[in-house]
Design a protein around this ligand. Structure first.
Ligand SMILES: Nc1ncnc2c1ncn2[C@@H]1O[C@H](COP(=O)(O)OP(=O)(O)O)[C@@H](O)[C@H]1O
Ligand SMILES: [Mg+2]
Length: 255
């Protein structure tokens, strides 16, 4: 199963969802690969895999950037994080990828082609996309079977989502006819807030069946876990965050 976690808005829960949905699926016995496509490397850092800048300068570990440039196979850059959880790390160099790859023929399909080197090795591949609908997100969408769109339950939650759906339609018609919106995921939900409840209702009336039953509640442990390089299941296995992401994993698997 190949899933893009996409929203061009930052701070909506993409990376938190990539890390913890990935971890939950790994807990359930799936072989999981998370591909960090954000130049900020938040996902790699969240999972305790970000090298410090000096190490990077001395001995740069290969990253997804090298894969997109055609200098490494995807299989060569993957780090086994723990048991079933694997990560393809990102690099600051990715911030130049849009420009550098702009003139390459078939530039939207680089990632899809790169997946051939890992065929059969993983049950689930998650793409943690950057906060932009540029070449990296397009590559993820072209390579995916499904899209998960995290939205924050606050004012302007749907802002930009129409544009995102248009982009998904375009990718579908040009590169990837079977791409499905696997669901809109309400994140950072504080049910005590009247506004959050109202927004959740709006999201549901707009997207109907496409909204996941699981709602990711605001939970301080989810915000704290990245600082110690841990998933929510390592940092606070009894938290509501762990409960919500486990429920999401079951929903994604169709259990
Ligand atoms: N359910 C949640 N409860 C509390 N904090 C959260 C939750 N989801 C995300 N966060 C925090 O909100 C911030 C933005 O989330 P992040 O996943 O990095 O968003 P994105 O990848 O879309 O930019 C991060 O500091 C993260 O720790
Ligand atoms: Mg992110």
């Amino acid at each position: 199963m190949l899933i893009s976690i996409v929203n061009q808005k930052g701070g909506v829960g993409k990376t938190t969802t990539s890390a913890n949905l990935g971890a939950a699926l790994a807990e359930l016995g799936k072989r999981v690969l998370i591909i960090d496509l954000d130049a900020q490397s938040n996902l790699s850092a969240h999972l305790g895999l970000a090298s410090d800048p000096e190490v990077i300068e001395e001995n740069p570990n290969p990253t997804i950037y090298d894969v997109l440039k055609g200098q490494k196979a995807l299989s060569e850059i993957i780090i086994n994080r723990s048991n079933n959880l694997n990560v393809a790390p990102s690099s600051l160099f990715l911030s130049a990828a849009d420009l550098e790859l702009g003139g390459v023929v078939g530039r939207e399909l680089i990632l899809k082609r790169a997946l051939s080197s890992i065929e059969g090795k993983f049950d689930v591949v998650l793409f943690d996309c950057p906060p932009a609908l540029g070449l990296l997100s397009l590559n993820a969408l072209a390579a995916s079977e499904k899209v998960i769109i995290p939205v924050q339950s606050e004012y302007l939650a749907l802002h930009g989502v129409r544009q995102l759906l248009d982009t998904i339609d375009q990718v579908r018609s040009i590169y990837n006819p079977t791409l499905k919106v696997g669901g809109v995921l309400i994140c950072l939900h504080d049910s005590r807030k009247k506004l959050a409840r109202a927004v959740a209702e709006t999201v549901k009336s707009y997207f109907g069946e496409l909204v996941f039953d699981t709602i990711i509640r605001t939970n301080v442990s989810l915000a704290e876990a990245p600082a110690s390089g841990q998933t929510i299941f390592e940092y606070a296995p009894k938290s509501t965050g762990a409960e919500d992401y486990l429920a999401l994993a079951h929903e994604v698997l169709g259990d």
